[in-house]
Design a protein around this ligand. Structure first.
Ligand SMILES: Nc1nc2c(ncn2[C@@H]2O[C@H](COP(=O)(O)OP(=O)(O)OP(=O)(O)O)[C@@H](O)[C@H]2O)c(=O)[nH]1
Ligand SMILES: [Mg+2]
Length: 263
């Protein structure tokens, strides 16, 4: 059997990762693809979310806080190292489910996932050759040119750390007006439009810094296809799937492994 395609969902705190993973897994299963959801957030509190494999079975944030007298952030750091120690058990639980796709929800604090060695070890152990990282752009930040640039840098940092293909997506696009959506899409495709917006919106003393940052972004290349999605309205999930497929199968579509549901 071919190795499953693994997608790690990252993004700033509250960007919509957990909601998206859930909506996308439902969409995939309804479309006839086998998707398994893995929760890697030891502090997940949403009791309505029932992942197929849950890191909290091995490591729970509240227990670590109690046991070591740590606050939530210190406990997340300790938890990341503990998860790395349990990763082969977690991998086994995923492998036993024999699935085509593995969707991995990561902890809210992106710096934990992006910067710590433990997460690199986790990604190396969990995903094989067919892995990609989905980076969610939060529209609350992405709708300003400065925020858009910061998120692009963060996404590039994640790519630099993991050396895996990235799929950037705009989350919660239902909260944006059509004009805002068009503007953000324009920034992702055309650097000139982003440059114009940055220089228009930035007060004079910051122009030089913005321009330098912009040059760095430009050197990263276009954010090919920042897919607008809404987990709430179920839009863009198909386009996001196609983007993942381009990474996994160099464009070829996997046949659904079971008949789509009639919903
Ligand atoms: N309007 C709208 N709200 C959304 C959407 N997706 C998520 N939200 C809301 O955004 C908030 C954060 O969503 P989560 O899915 O918990 O985000 P997260 O990135 O997993 O958050 P952390 O794990 O805590 O960092 C919640 O209030 C969601 O209801 C969406 O597509 N549209
Ligand atoms: Mg979450």
């Amino acid at each position: 059997m071919e190795e499953p395609g693994t997608v790690y969902f990252t993004g700033t705190a509250g960007a919509g990762k957990t909601t998206f993973v859930r909506a996308f897994a439902e969409w995939m299963n309804a479309a006839g693809y086998d998707a398994t959801v893995v929760n890697l957030d030891p502090g997940l509190e949403d009791s309505t979310f029932e992942p197929d494999v849950d890191v909290r079975e091995w490591v729970r944030l509240a227990d670590i806080q109690d046991e070591y007298g740590l606050g939530p952030n210190g406990a997340q750091v300790a938890a990341a190292d503990m998860i790395a120690l349990k990763i082969f058990d977690i991998k086994q639980a995923v492998t036993e489910l024999k699935t085509d796709y593995v969707l991995v929800d990561t902890p809210g604090q992106i710096e934990l996932f992006a910067f710590r060695e433990a997460s690199k070890a986790i990604v190396d152990a969990l995903g094989g050759d067919r892995s990609t990282i989905a980076f969610l752009f939060d529209p609350a930040l992405a709708r300003n040119p400065g925020g858009f640039i910061s998120l692009s840098m963060l996404s590039a940092t994640v790519e630099f750390r993991f050396r895996l293909p990235m799929v950037n997506l705009l989350a919660k696009s239902d909260v944006l007006t059509p004009a805002q959506l068009e503007e953000i899409s324009g920034w992702s495709e055309d650097r000139e439009r982003l440059y114009e917006a940055v220089t228009r919106d930035t007060p004079t003393p910051d122009v030089q810094l913005s321009t330098e940052l912009f040059r760095a972004i430009e050197a990263l290349g276009p954010l090919l296809g920042l897919v607008p999605t809404s987990a709430k309205e179920g839009t863009g999930l198909d386009a996001f799937y196609q983007s993942c497929q381009r990474v996994f199968g160099a464009g070829e579509d996997l046949e659904p492994s079971h008949a789509p549901s009639s919903e």
